[in-house]
Design a protein around this ligand. Structure first.
Ligand SMILES: C[S@@+](CC[C@H](N)C(=O)[O-])C[C@H]1O[C@@H](n2cnc3c(N)ncnc32)[C@H](O)[C@@H]1O
Length: 237
């Protein structure tokens, strides 16, 4: 049976404790810090930024949304450097981001030493319209590897575009929760039976998908309420 561990901890602190090369893939969805261009922007909470006024849920806020661009680049570089060290040679990184933070995250992952391989758009059919311009209906998954792609170890063919909606009703556990069906496809990038690392676990979406796909899981989550949610979901999976 696949095993899991969830640390209620700061990602960077907990990552430094992981042995070198001890996981097979890093799949993560960090706080985006999107829109943090001014002091005013940065004092807003995650709820202020990402929950629309007419939302039906009252999900709790989460940590880590107050860095400016320079601070975010420096911090993500440190986090992704530790993820690279913990990930075995040939192992992949999948990193969620939005349009505004895509440049800073692609810089951070390359500064950390990952080899950038591509961008996979995640299309959300129910996105807010944008008057006078384009609907921002996509978020993005940056794909990178620790050195060469090890296709012999995991000979899969994955799509270059996904369409999926955020969970609703009693399936919604986190403000920025990623859809189960999307995560089920993404965890296939991890070698069968290997270990997936997610240092920003949130409600545990990566871990749940990993366990269901027969992979092991190691996660970190700083916000107590969400760490509890993730533990409950991981137990059930
Ligand atoms: C974008 S959310 C992840 C959502 C998750 N993918 C899901 O589907 O539920 C980012 C998470 O990172 C957590 N976080 C923020 N700063 C952190 C830190 N320094 N260490 C660990 N977790 C952190 C937040 O509390 C938040 O739950």
């Amino acid at each position: 049976m696949p095993t899991w561990t969830l640390h209620t901890a700061d990602a960077l602190t907990a990552l430094t404790q992981l042995p070198t090369g001890s996981v097979n893939a890093t799949i993560t969805d960090p706080p985006y810090n999107s829109g943090g261009r001014t002091a005013n922007d940065r004092t807003g909470s995650a709820r202020d930024k990402y929950v629309s006024g007419d939302a039906k849920h009252q999900l709790p806020d989460f940590a880590g949304e107050s860095r400016d661009q320079r601070g975010y680049l420096a911090w993500m570089t440190l986090v992704l450097t530790q993820c690279l060290r913990a990930t075995a040679t040939g192992g992949p990184l999948l990193l969620f981001t939005d349009w505004r933070q895509l440049p800073v995250n692609s810089d951070a992952l390359q500064a950390a030493g990952w080899v950038w391989r591509g961008i996979v758009p995640w299309n959300k059919p129910i996105a807010r319209p944008s008057k006078g311009g384009f609907r921002r209906s996509c978020e993005y998954i940056l794909w990178a590897t620790n050195g060469p792609v090890d296709a012999a170890a995991n000979p899969i063919y994955l799509p270059g575009l996904f369409t999926a909606s955020q969970p609703r009703g009693n399936k919604r556990h986190h403000i920025t929760q990623k859809p189960d069906e999307l995560m089920a496809e993404l965890v296939r990038i991890c070698v069968p039976g290997g270990t997936v690392l997610d240092p920003f676990a949130g409600s545990g979406a990566t871990g749940v998908a990993a366990l269901r796909a027969g992979r092991q899981f190691i996660g970190m989550e700083l916000t107590d309420r969400y760490a509890e949610v993730a533990r409950t979901r991981l137990d059930a999976a």
